[in-house]
Write a protein that binds this ligand. Structure first.
Ligand SMILES: [Zn+2]
Length: 97
């Protein structure tokens, strides 16, 4: 039996809206009302390579790939600090002693 608050088998791909649908008290599909702070990709379960970019609150990240947090300026958890392209790998400009 579906319960209020259960995840509904569906989603929305709408900027600023959590992608999850949940059952309302009347057991009808309704938006998750949490504020989304992540974006990610939801790949089609048919495995045909299609995907949708969706927005998600922290509770509904399961099943998404390529998850990125946004809104938290300067506190990215997904890139190490000093993530700079390496330089000087050609060796041509290296000085010999
Ligand atoms: Zn949500």
């Amino acid at each position: 039996m579906p319960q209020p608050g259960d995840r509904h088998p569906g989603f929305v791909a709408q900027p600023g809206e959590c992608w999850a649908l949940v059952n309302s008290k009347q057991l009808q599909a309704t938006h998750c009302r949490e504020e989304p702070t992540y974006t990610g990709r939801w790949y089609s379960p048919r495995d045909d390579g299609r995907y949708w970019r969706v927005w998600s609150c922290p509770d509904h990240l399961e099943g998404l790939t390529g998850i990125r947090e946004f809104g938290a300026t300067g506190t990215s958890k997904f890139l190490p600090p000093n993530h700079m392209p390496s330089s000087g790998t050609s060796g041509r400009d290296r000085y010999q002693t």
